[in-house]
Design a binder for this molecule. Structure first.
Ligand SMILES: [Zn+2]
Length: 180
């Protein structure tokens, strides 16, 4: 059993705050029995193949083209190794206003924590959908999650699984997928 789960269950499950108690109990049990790795690897055997910031930019643009064509253009997309996942609520989206000539133009940037370089495609899609939805909806409210679901019908389950994986990383340490 992992000692951190006994001494401080709340801290260990900080990525899963807000989920029902029964769900948290189930996750805690899986962590204690070291079953999270098998569960996730069985469901998602392989990592995605998006290796570079350029490839990530294209991946993001393709999703945006399919679902959010009318939203502000995204100028820059990158994997960021300095990004702390929890502090930044899984990723960041910034809008920097710059004066261009006499016009004020919004420059949109999406940064994705570099741990998402070695995850399954489904997890990369979840985080990308999340960040793209912020182009239209700033808060994590009903409209925001409706937009996430529109882009990825399995969004809620995927966000849950990503949060379970983050909890696994914090309590057990080792990454489950190698960047392919
Ligand atoms: Zn967010």
């Amino acid at each position: 059993m992992n000692p951190s789960l006994i001494s401080s269950p709340v801290v260990a499950l900080k990525y899963l705050q807000g989920y029902p108690t029964a769900t948290l109990a189930q996750v805690a049990q899986m962590l204690q029995q070291d079953k999270v790795a098998d569960w996730l690897l069985q469901k998602y055997p392989q990592a995605h193949t998006v290796r570079t910031d350029k490839a990530l930019f294209e991946y993001v643009q393709a999703l945006k083209q399919d679902y959010l064509r009318g939203a502000d253009p995204v100028n820059k997309v990158l994997f960021d190794s300095k990004l702390h996942v929890v502090k930044n609520a899984l990723g960041t989206h910034t809008s920097v206003s710059r004066v261009q000539g006499n016009k004020l133009k919004a420059k949109r940037e999406i940064r994705i924590a570099s741990l998402f370089k070695s995850v399954p495609d489904e997890f990369l899609k979840m985080i990308t959908v999340h960040e793209l939805a912020h182009l239209k909806e700033k808060a994590h409210d009903k409209a925001f999650y409706q937009l996430c679901n529109y882009m990825e019908p399995g969004y809620h389950q995927l966000e849950f699984e990503v949060r379970v994986y983050l909890t696994h990383l914090e309590t057990a340490g080792a990454r489950l997928w190698e960047a392919s």
